[in-house]
Ligand binder design. Structure first.
Ligand code: NAD
Ligand code: IPM
Ligand code: MN
Length: 352
């Protein structure tokens, strides 16, 4: 079981190290960890945020554990050399179109949410975010308008097959869990969204047992924090999913708690090939201070064991250990506590 570990920038290496220690603590036979450079650190060492050797390492692995990329000192580079291109490139190159971002308030941990406890108690949703299309990957550029002004432009589009395959992922998740499915779009304004909605309705024909509704993204943002209990599985595009998942993480309590799995069609001898990462970024404001909460990355490692290695029992053990640590008051600064990265990692391992 080969795992490519790509720590990246900022707090990426700090949180990834704790997730690796948790994986090592499980003593799984045959587990091999191989490290590679991505992001700003790769640009500085190799002149590119996603060097060929990292792509090769990722391609040979059965799964990827990814930290975060992003470095303020790289924000003025040409776009194709910026650290963020590494994660976008990996997703696209590896065909990882399905991003699963579970957001839930653990029972008894409603107090970690900034929402009223009775509202927070209902928050348990799986955001299924399309990850290789939308305005993220359309043509973009600068031009001079007719009035002679500089103009920036991006193009949003989805093809039927892109919507259909991610819709099937979300419908299957809803069908197996018995949860309702909400498709989030902006079909009242965007043609991309109208096509999205038409295709979702067509795919729904294959899943008569799933309760489906459609919601505009502005309303969805409002409902996530006022009536989170209305959501089970949330199906949405790349841009809306990016924004709604940060929002959902804040409603849980912190962005330092939300893991993700990015999956495609490729399978390995052990399960589905995937890339696993926290939903947060490199957090330059706290990088290098040992303050970052590693729980999102540790929970991402649990998702890896479940989806890529069929190790359901070990995945459960990690999730239970994180829940216990939180219940025991092991809280990072993001949750109003005083525990640092290493102490949180150690506390989770003690509870495995
Ligand atoms: P961010 O997620 O890095 O940070 C937002 C806020 O949340 C900051 O105040 C940060 O300190 C805090 N935070 C994030 N993770 C935390 C953790 N584990 N523990 C405690 N606090 C945490 O978002 P940003 O500041 O908008 O972006 C910073 C950089 O990261 C940018 O370069 C951005 O492009 C990049 N980014 C990368 C990814 C990724 O690699 N997948 C995701 C998001 C942002
Ligand atoms: C995320 C991040 C990325 C995204 C950026 C860094 C490209 O915000 O993984 O949520 O927008 O997908
Ligand atoms: Mn994001």
């Amino acid at each position: 079981m080969k795992i490519a570990v790509l720590p990246g920038d900022g707090i990426g290496p700090e949180v990834t190290a704790e997730a690796v220690r948790v994986l090592e603590a499980l003593s799984l036979p045959g587990l091999t960890l191989l490290e590679g450079d991505v992001g700003g650190v790769a640009y500085k060492r190799h002149g590119h945020p996603l060097p060929q050797e990292t792509l090769d390492l990722a391609g040979e692995a059965d799964a990827i554990l990814f930290g975060a990329v992003g470095d303020p000192s790289c924000d003025t580079l040409e776009r194709h050399l910026r650290p963020e291109q590494a994660i976008l490139g990996l997703r696209k190159h590896l065909g990882l179109f399905a991003n699963l971002r579970p957001a839930r308030v653990f029972a008894g941990l409603e107090h970690l949410s900034p929402l009223r406890a009775d509202i927070a108690a209902g928050l348990d949703m799986l955001i299924v975010r399309e990850l290789t299309g939308d305005v993220y990957f359309g043509a973009k550029g600068r031009r001079v308008s007719e009035a002679g002004e500089h103009e920036g432009w991006d193009s949003m589009s989805y093809c039927e097959h892109e919507v259909r395959r991610i819709a099937h992922v979300a419908f299957r998740a809803a069908a197996t869990s018995g949860l309702p499915l909400t498709s989030v779009d902006k079909a009242n304004v965007l043609e991309t969204s109208q096509l999205w909605r038409d295709v979702v309705i067509e795919v729904a024909g294959d899943y008569p047992q799933v309760a489906l509704d459609h919601m505009y993204v502005d309303n969805a943002a409002m409902q996530v924090v006022s009536h989170p209990e209305r959501f089970g599985v949330v199906l949405t595009g790349n841009l809306f999913g990016d924004i709604l998942s940060d929002l959902a993480s804040a409603a849980v309590g912190s962005i330092g708690l939300l893991p993700s799995a990015s999956l495609g069609e490729r399978t390995t001898a052990f399960g589905t090939f995937g890339l696993y990462e926290p939903i947060h970024g490199s957090a330059p404001d706290i990088a290098g201070q040992g303050k970052a909460n590693p729980m999102a990355t540790i929970l991402s490692a649990a998702m890896m064991l479940r989806h890529s290695f069929g190790r359901e029992a070990e995945a459960d053990r990690i999730e239970v250990a994180v829940g216990k640590a939180l219940a025991d008051g092991i809280l990072g600064g993001d949750l109003g506590g005083t525990y640092g990265t290493a102490a949180i990692g150690a506390a989770v391992r003690e509870r495995l």
